[in-house]
Design a protein around this ligand. Structure first.
Ligand code: ADP
Length: 342
């Protein structure tokens, strides 16, 4: 558009230059041809008339072109145009026509993105309210039952309190995950990349997850790798990735083992978390990294899942310039892997 306005402006400059040039030419001609005063005036008159007619025609054409552009812009503004092919200006305006088409496509995609974001926001709010309601209702139910008399029944009072406590923990996990995901998605997650020793990093994480595995009778194994292996990343954020993946592996495994494998490659370290658990069907594998997506909602809630763990993992791994991938077979087990720079 700017280019077009500039063209119009330079058109004006052209006319001014043309006038000046013609005046000089007439002057030189009158000297060379030794015109009489009358001939000179006649020549000036003819030239002025010709220029005036040309100017009028040019102006009329400009006005028609501007009107055509105005109509197209108006049609876009009032949503009368749905495809760029409907934008047709005359041959002289091919340049501006292409610019209007590009502008139309960009605006259209901006609007579509905004609509998509709005849809995602509404969906997210719906999910959050639903997820919050479930533990709150459960806690409320247990407390009401206790207050209605169960408090004095030694056969059930402790069980009800334990169940209420379990849901309180779920609520706590959910709130923590919600804070994390909103920080990540609003771009407030500050990363601090450094080299760190993989062994020193992994040991406390394994200690933290060991009890859950022992409790379920599952072996938690770290395959041997070089003591001095240094990898590059944000230790704190990566700790969350490892904990989420290892805890998932334990949560969704009934018997067998969970293995943590660190493979040293030429420029990277490949980290694999492998389990012998329930596995994930191919159609679910594509969706498990979405927020709140769970294969089995009840089971996930039962084991303290929030449906946000893998979405957080995906964001953090991507912030490291890497990608988390999954390979799984129903009934046999799953493995999640990603790479870190060495
Ligand atoms: P959740 O908090 O429900 O575990 P996640 O985002 O961590 O949420 O995982 C999403 C879903 O992916 C889980 O509900 C579960 O169905 C599936 N899943 C994740 N990890 C595993 C695994 N190791 N084995 C089987 N299923 C898994």
């Amino acid at each position: 558009m700017n280019r077009y306005i500039q063209n119009i402006k330079s058109g004006k400059n052209l006319l001014r230059d043309l006038f000046a040039l013609t005046a000089i030419l007439i002057f030189i001609l009158s000297i060379v041809l030794q015109l009489t005063k009358t001939q000179f005036l006649q020549l000036v008159l003819i030239v002025i008339c010709t220029i005036l007619v040309a100017l009028i025609i040019l102006r009329q054409r400009r006005n028609e072109e501007l009107e055509a552009i105005k109509n197209v812009i108006n049609a876009i503004r009032t949503n009368k145009i749905s495809s760029p092919d409907e934008i047709n200006l005359n041959k002289n305006l091919v340049g501006i026509q292409e610019e209007i088409k590009a502008m139309f496509l960009r605006t259209k995609s901006d609007i579509e993105n905004l609509k998509k974001l709005e849809r995602i926001r509404t969906e997210f709010l719906g999910n959050v309210s639903h997820e919050l309601r479930t533990p709150i209702f459960a806690i409320q139910g247990f407390i009401e039952t206790l207050l209605d008399g169960a408090l004095n029944d030694p056969k059930v009072n402790k069980t009800f309190l334990e169940k209420a406590n379990h849901h309180t923990q779920n609520l706590n996990h959910l709130l923590n995950d919600l804070i994390d995901i909103s920080m990540i998605e609003s771009g407030e997650m500050r990363m601090s990349f450094r080299y760190f020793n993989m062994k020193e990093f992994l040991d406390p994480i394994i200690n933290e997850c060991k009890h859950e595995a022992e409790h379920k009778g599952i072996e938690l194994i770290v395959n041997p790798f070089k003591d001095k292996l240094q990898l590059f990343g944000d230790r704190n954020k990566l700790k969350q990735v490892f904990i989420n993946l290892i805890q998932n592996a334990i949560k969704y495994t009934e018997r067998g083992k969970v293995e943590i494998i660190v493979e040293e490659e030429e420029k990277t370290g490949k980290i694999i978390i492998r389990d012998t658990g329930i596995g994930i069907a191919p159609e679910d594998q594509e969706r498990i990294f979405e927020r709140f997506y769970r294969v089995d909602k009840d089971r996930s809630r039962e084991v303290g899942g929030t449906g946000l763990g893998l979405a957080i993992v995906k964001h953090i791994v991507e912030a490291h310039g890497s990608k988390v991938e999954v390979n799984s077979e129903t009934g046999k087990g799953s493995e999640f892997w990603f790479r870190l720079k060495k």
